[in-house]
Design a protein around this ligand. Sequence first.
Ligand code: ADP
Length: 425
Amino acid sequence: MRAWRNEITTIGLLLIIITIIGGVSGHFIPLLFLLMFAIIIHQMIHISRFERWIRTGGRGKYPRGKGIWEEIYYHVYRLRKNEKRRKNKLSAMINQFRQSTEALPDAAIVLGANDEIEWANKAARTVFGLQSSDKGQRIPNLIRFPDFIKYLKAKNYKSSVVLPSPVDNKIILEIRIVPYGVDLRLLIAQDVTQLKKMERMRKDFVANVSHEMRTPLTVLRGYLETLLDMDDKLSPMLTSSFIQMQGQTDRMQHLVDDLLLLTRLETQQRKTQCVDIPALLSQIHSEGISLGSLPERLLLTIETKAHIVGEEQELRSAFTNLVSNAIKYSPENSPINITWRQNKNYITLSITDQGEGISKYDIPRITERFYRVETKRVKKVNGTGLGLAIVKHVLMRHDGYLEIQSELGKGSCFSCHFPSGRICN
Ligand code: ADP
């Protein structure tokens, strides 16, 4: 502001001098032109010096100027100095970030819009066997596993894919892609060898224990049946003990059967065929009635005759579990609707009851193994806590998913959604 005032005062003074000299000599107009001309030349010299300084990058100390030019030079110089400081800070941050990602135990690769490698850390170079010359190469040309290529193409970045390392197939990697910025993605690979080994050990252990328990249980059940047949009912205590023992061995049998089924679901290959779901549901419906449910309680509605590709035994287990849960967890006279219907993208089996319902807190947990909701029920309800875990697994193996809608005290609706691509008739 002060510089501008000085500038204007100088021009004002020059004008007064010109007016006085012009008035005395009688050459006011030529003198005025002369003054204008001198001012323009003066400003042009400064503009040219400024342009030369900026053109050469505005480096070093700025040229000396006077008045407003001194101010302009000073402001530009200060801006450049701040910018330089910010740039240094930023590059130090980038360096620090690079060093930390370089030291990460997980492999990280930055992918460009066409899946080309833009940058990879040390762990990525090791587990994927990448060379520095691979920069710019498309990742599907280097990691050629079909599952990985399918994952990359699907662009469903919520999931992950598990693969062996291309350099050592004993190392198991869990690969996940995280999108960020514009068209950039970060591929992260974590070594899950130990985790997979432990998982395998757990599965083997459960499978072996369940398998080994089958024979003693069969023997026990056989003897108990014989004892109950031979029981002359003379001692009520003995009779009640036999009945209790039978109840407990039955429970144990269910548990072992469910555990073995879960292990099979986790480990065995599927043998798929076109399954007639309406016929399967009719069977389950009749079994439900023969198990003691009133015929008017179980209402079966077949809206579509669609069959789906799948494994019949697995689907039977899943649907039976859902129907028997609806029977177990709702009053004896309340209706249960079983509906098979189709919409644009999905084909759905829904089982709706008007039973005790499930709280919001429990809904996300009831598909976990052994999770049972602790409610004060009038009648004790037996169960293993494995039924819904089986349902979830079966649906996953059929590319479907389980939807649970429920309200405490009002009832529940369990829906099994299958993609319509599975329809086979
Ligand atoms: P289980 O029935 O053998 O206990 P599940 O895995 O089938 O095991 O079910 C887990 C829990 O979810 C059950 O213990 C029960 O509390 C709850 N549940 C399942 N189905 C229903 C239903 N239709 N209505 C209310 N609660 C249910």
